[in-house]
Design a protein around this ligand. Structure first.
Ligand SMILES: [Zn+2]
Length: 135
């Protein structure tokens, strides 16, 4: 997930707020930033999810603020990992906790026969299993 900038420096992942059509603030969007030449781009792994979220807003969105962590596990985990009170914990631990939490929710959702919820949790489990945190 790490990338080298066109200027040759390594880019870092940051959580940024993205403003869409001057109306919608999308917080906690993982963005690759270069400290050296200040160029930045959205993390490739989350591009499709971000596009999907924006598409759902339509052409005339209302003034609102969205948390990207609500719809994307990558953003959620990054947010968790950067929270001060959890910073002493290994990212692997946090991911494992989150997987257990999602599996519990999956059991709950399927026992309630809630298809939409079940699908959403399954999608999140796929996202989280694709995460690789290189250190
Ligand atoms: Zn650069």
């Amino acid at each position: 997930m790490f990338k080298t900038c066109t200027c040759g420096k390594e880019m870092n992942v940051r959580l940024r707020t993205v403003i869409y059509t001057n109306k919608v603030s999308i917080t906690n969007v993982p963005v690759l930033c270069c400290e050296d030449c200040t160029s930045s781009e959205v993390v490739p792994e989350i591009k499709n999810d971000l596009k999907y979220l924006i598409k759902q807003l339509g052409n005339q969105p209302e003034l609102q603020e969205l948390d990207f962590g609500e719809s994307n596990e990558f953003a959620y985990m990054l947010g968790m990992a950067t929270r001060k009170e959890l910073s002493h914990r290994a990212i692997d631990d946090l991911v494992q906790d989150r997987i257990n939490q999602l599996l519990d929710l999956l059991i709950l959702a399927s026992s309630l026969d809630d298809q939409t919820w079940t699908k959403d949790i399954e999608r999140r489990l796929v996202q989280i299993s694709e995460l690789t945190f290189s250190t």
